[in-house]
Design a protein around this ligand. Structure first.
Ligand code: SF4
Length: 272
């Protein structure tokens, strides 16, 4: 067994190095131990032998994401004209998640989103979170899939809302809530993003995905129909299909095997 390093040898310090600190290092042994460095160490300390746990990796990624969001907020034009909004050719900031998910920011948190409703009336709303779309995706309306980015940057969860018409309940499009710890928190922001107080009436099924499963679904998976419908169709993650079908992309693959010419993969959306 190799001898532990002294604190000067490990360049130990009693404070974090950015998001890196002992509490999320694989060598930390609570409350004050370390398998690599001699003596007591602080959970908030750090040294050059730092080796992040999964939580450490997520904290690092969240820190990087926070910086990107700050930069994206500055880079986004907050007052595009109606023509620019229609053409989508105004300045937008960008956010790149560590796993390869790329988002264009249309509205930073706290900015005003506005437009004209089907009834001809103008609406405006202060955004409770960052709002944008997934680069390289195609949603049910042919445009990219819209996303909100919430406050829990290390959550690793995505809640996909099957948005429906507030009046008729007819299927509309997906809205994905990234970076929320709970569904309740995600839906609270979803509702706040509507100025007519009818956000709750627009919520169809809500499907929780891991960020990885979301990335696969949004880039190659079935995005034409409500995700809740596909989930119900295959009961993915449930007792029967659970071990085989865990994500929307698994369900799409299964649909190809079962293709009966009626419920075809193409009817659900693009995908290979
Ligand atoms: S950062 Fe250094 S001192 Fe802290 S737990 Fe890891 S190896 Fe030990």
């Amino acid at each position: 067994m190799s001898a532990k390093l002294t604190k000067p040898e490990a360049h130990y310090q009693g404070r974090p190095q950015g998001t890196e600190h002992c509490a999320v290092c694989t060598m930390f042994r609570a409350p004050y131990g370390c398998t690599s460095v001699q003596g007591d160490v602080s959970p908030r300390g750090w040294c050059r032998k730092y080796d992040p746990t999964q939580a450490g990796v997520m904290a690092r990624d969240a820190g990087a994401l926070r910086e990107q969001l700050t930069a994206a907020a500055k880079a986004t034009d907050r007052r595009p004209t109606e023509g620019q909004k229609e053409a989508g050719n105004y300045k937008k900031g960008e956010v790149h998640f560590a796993d390869g998910l790329d988002i264009k920011i249309e509205n930073p948190k706290g900015s005003v989103r506005s437009g004209v409703g089907p009834n001809g009336r103008r609406w405006r709303c202060v955004l409770p979170s960052f709002y944008g779309y997934v680069v390289g995706s195609t949603g049910s309306d042919g445009d990219a899939v819209d996303v909100y980015i919430g406050p829990d940057l290390a959550s690793g969860k995505v809640f996909v809302v099957d948005q429906v018409d507030a009046k008729t309940g007819a299927w509309d499009e997906h809205k994905a809530m990234l970076c929320y710890a709970t569904q309740a928190a995600a839906l609270a922001d979803y509702k706040r993003a509507f100025s007519d107080g009818k956000g709750g009436q627009r919520i169809g099924a809500v499907t929780e995905l891991s960020q990885e499963a979301f990335k696969d679904w949004v880039k190659t998976g079935p995005t034409k129909k409500p995700l809740g419908e596909l989930r119900q169709r295959f009961a993915w993650g449930g007792a029967v299909f659970g071990p085989i079908i865990k994500t929307p992309v698994d369900a799409l693959r299964e649909l190809r095997y079962q293709n009966d010419g009626v419920d075809s993969p193409e009817s659900w959306g693009r995908g290979k």
